[in-house]
Ligand binder design. Structure first.
Ligand SMILES: Cc1ncc(COP(=O)(O)O)c(C=O)c1O
Length: 417
């Protein structure tokens, strides 16, 4: 049997939380990586190093501490720029998270550009963070929101997309990989069609950035949103990538220090990119920590990560499918070989919150609820689902323990219902 050590050559001890947390003498099993990843020791050490050795504000002081902090902070930007194959570091805007990145696009680009009766095309599987900002812009600018449905295999319905895409569509905004269905959307195909209608494209890459290679230039998209905490980095840091020519044209999001060139009593002029969009003291430690998380992923290699995750996803599906009455939503690995290493499921007659709570009491952490995808859950007619999500740290042994404990949980709930 493949082990994480021989396939990926990583040491599980790199993740203190996964090694040091016990429930009833057993290590806890963390299967909620889609919500947030655990942090390797390299990230934790880097945060400590920053605060212990070179904590200072960036882009300001002439002193050596500030110079060192600025250098590391800008190196982090440069690493992210390479990670997504941006044209320039000027195209990477640090935000608090992906939600803020999408809000930045919605407010600075959307409110500035969209006109009455313009249409924004989203998919029904979007996370709330790629719905609510567009609802706000649509209400303000009197635009229309349209939603692409899903097909019978739990993938984006391309025919429905084609039927809803018109010359009125000014933005197609969708997720690369669904945090609930797990499907991997055909970004190039969607983008090509959107461009033919003159629409821009925003990609929510929250669930793909840590799992597969991504090249913004090759994909042909216009905006990309990512969250650092899903990339083995700390919370409080994310980024928006967009093309220089778009970012240069649109107004800033927040006003304040750092984002200006000159401030007069009545007006101000803006700083060069990317600083125009980064008002105030940024999340310095977090950006530097995120760079360490990305280096960790790069050291393993995204190709290997993908191969390993495909393998354990296949295994997870095989095991889950042996459980009576289980319904997994989203495409099987056979139908969508690029799907995420997660499975979202429900069992008739049992509430997913009960499953998650009992599993937690047995030391297994999974997620239950709507996973910030209420429109999707309404669309498929289910209130709540359970989600088990893995990453390169997950082993087959952990999957086996999870499956056994899930079976015990279901039996217990059936007897007591
Ligand atoms: C697909 C997707 N989009 C957006 C988000 C929002 O990320 P954040 O809360 O870090 O802004 C998430 C988080 O779970 C997600 O899974």
């Amino acid at each position: 049997m493949e082990t994480i050590q021989n396939l990926l050559k990583i040491d599980k001890k790199d993740f203190p939380l996964l090694e040091n947390n016990f429930k009833n003498d057993n290590k806890i099993i963390y299967l909620d990586h889609a919500a947030t990843t655990q942090k390797p020791i390299q990230v934790l050490k880097k945060l400590e190093e920053y605060y212990s050795n070179f904590n200072a504000n960036v882009h300001r002081g002439a002193h050596q501490l500030s110079a060192k902090a600025t250098e590391e902070f800008e190196n982090a930007r440069s690493l992210i720029s390479k990670y997504v194959n941006a044209n320039s570091t000027k195209e990477i805007i640090f935000t608090r998270n992906a939600t803020e990145a999408i809000n930045l696009a919605a407010r600075s680009w959307g409110e500035f550009t969209l006109k009455e009766n313009d249409e924004i095309l989203l998919s029904i599987m979007e996370h709330h963070s790629n719905i609510v900002p567009w609802q706000m812009v649509a209400a303000k600018n009197k635009c229309k929101l349209k939603f692409i449905g899903i097909d019978q295999n739990g993938r984006l319905d391309i025919d429905d997309f084609k039927s809803k895409l018109t010359t009125k569509t000014k933005l197609v905004s969708f997720l690369h990989i669904s945090n609930t269905l797990g499907c991997c959307n055909p970004v190039k195909e969607i983008t090509k069609l959107a461009k033919q209608m003159g629409s821009l494209v925003l990609l929510d890459a929250c669930q793909s950035l840590a799992h597969q290679k991504l090249d913004v230039r090759d994909l042909g998209i216009d905006f990309l949103a990512g969250s650092g905490h899903k990339l083995c980095g700390p919370t409080g840091i994310g980024f928006l990538w967009s093309k220089k020519e778009i970012l240069e044209e649109i107004p800033p999001f927040f006003g304040g220090g750092e984002m200006i060139q000159d401030v007069f009593e009545e007006t101000s002029t803006w700083a060069e990119l990317p600083h125009k969009f980064e008002a105030g003291t940024p999340a310095i430690a977090e950006a530097i920590g995120l760079a360490e998380g990305i280096k960790y992923i790069n050291n393993i290699g995204l190709d290997k990560i993908k191969k390993y995750e495909n393998h354990i996803t296949q295994y997870l599906f095989e095991q889950l499918n042996q459980i009576k009455d289980i319904e997994i939503i989203g495409p099987t690995p056979k139908i969508d070989p690029n799907r995420a290493s997660l499975a979202t499921f429900y069992i008739k007659g049992i509430h997913s919150n009960d499953i998650a709570e009992i599993l937690d009491s047995k030391g297994v952490c999974i997620r239950s609820g709507h996973h910030c995808c209420q429109p999707l859950h309404r669309y498929i007619g289910i209130n709540s689902t359970a989600r088990v999500s893995m990453n390169f740290t997950t082993t087959k042994e952990e999957i086996n323990i999870f499956i056994n404990k899930l079976k015990e949980t279901i039996s217990f709930l059936r007897i007591n219902s």
